[in-house]
Design a protein around this ligand. Structure first.
Ligand SMILES: [Zn+2]
Length: 255
């Protein structure tokens, strides 16, 4: 995988963001593989509103977001309603987050987030633009990448070093069970996965997960029995092979 970006492709573009979009899209078209099947991806001919790339083999669709800075916990995106609609649609795209180094024009990091890790709860609505703004009333959004479980943020390149293709495909394969949930029930599953990951250990107890009760209550204000929901979701994650029950109140993370 060649990590150099071809700066000449940006010649003729006035705005820097447009220029970098063209340059990074060309790089992705030449270098990115589909993490579901390993085939190459192609750029959509026309500027489709839903996605930038698709896989020849399995038809998965990808949207590329390129950043000239380290990929943080919050990523600026376009219109709030547009992204929510897409997350809820049947052909919502997978996301690629690319960080390039502005000086050396080399790709530093690339993360793929499978489409089923997106739920409306990881999209933050921004305040509408003021009446004085050119696009008055426009409501943008932030993708809360930091709230996606680490299992769903699959590294393809880290600090200028690509991971072997088979490792990326295998990592994605292990998360496929999340796909079985519809977009409404997915929010809970992902929240509990997040809580488990935040403990940063293989073995954990039920009371440790109860420690996230107030955090979960804030995210799900209409639920009046958070502890019962936690227990139910742990059973769901056990059935999917994400965790195992070792003994009463003690769990083990399998992935
Ligand atoms: Zn594919």
């Amino acid at each position: 995988m060649d990590l150099h970006l071809d700066s000449h492709l940006g010649d003729g573009y006035k705005s820097n963001s447009q220029k970098m979009r063209v340059i990074t899209e060309a790089w992705a078209g030449d270098n990115v593989f589909c993490p579901y099947c390993g085939s190459s991806v192609s750029h959509f001919e026309n500027n489709r509103p839903v996605a930038d790339f698709y896989c020849h083999e399995c038809a998965e669709e990808y949207e590329l977001k390129s950043l000239g800075r380290v990929i943080g916990d919050k990523i600026n995106d376009g219109a709030y309603e547009t992204l929510i609609k897409r997350i809820k649609s049947s052909n919502n795209p997978n996301f690629l987050f690319l960080h390039y180094d502005k000086d050396s024009l080399k790709v530093k990091d690339l993360i793929v987030v499978p489409k089923y890790f997106f739920s409306p709860s990881i999209v933050e609505k921004r305040n509408p633009l003021s009446q004085e703004a050119r696009r008055a009333g426009y409501v943008g959004c932030l993708i809360l990448l930091g709230q996606i479980p680490s299992d769903g943020r699959i590294e393809v390149i880290r600090d200028g070093i690509p991971y072997p293709k088979r490792d990326v495909i295998e990592k994605l394969y292990r998360t496929k069970f999340v796909r079985d949930f519809d977009v409404e029930s997915r929010g809970w599953v992902l929240d509990i996965m997040n809580c488990i990951n935040r403990l940063e250990k293989k073995r954990f107890t039920l009371s440790e997960i109860y420690g996230f009760e107030s955090f979960l209550a804030d995210k799900h204000p209409t639920n009046n029995n958070i502890r019962a929901k936690i227990r139910q979701q742990l059973q769901v994650l056990r059935d999917k092979g994400f965790i195992a029950f070792e003994q009463r109140g003690i769990y083990k993370k399998l992935m």
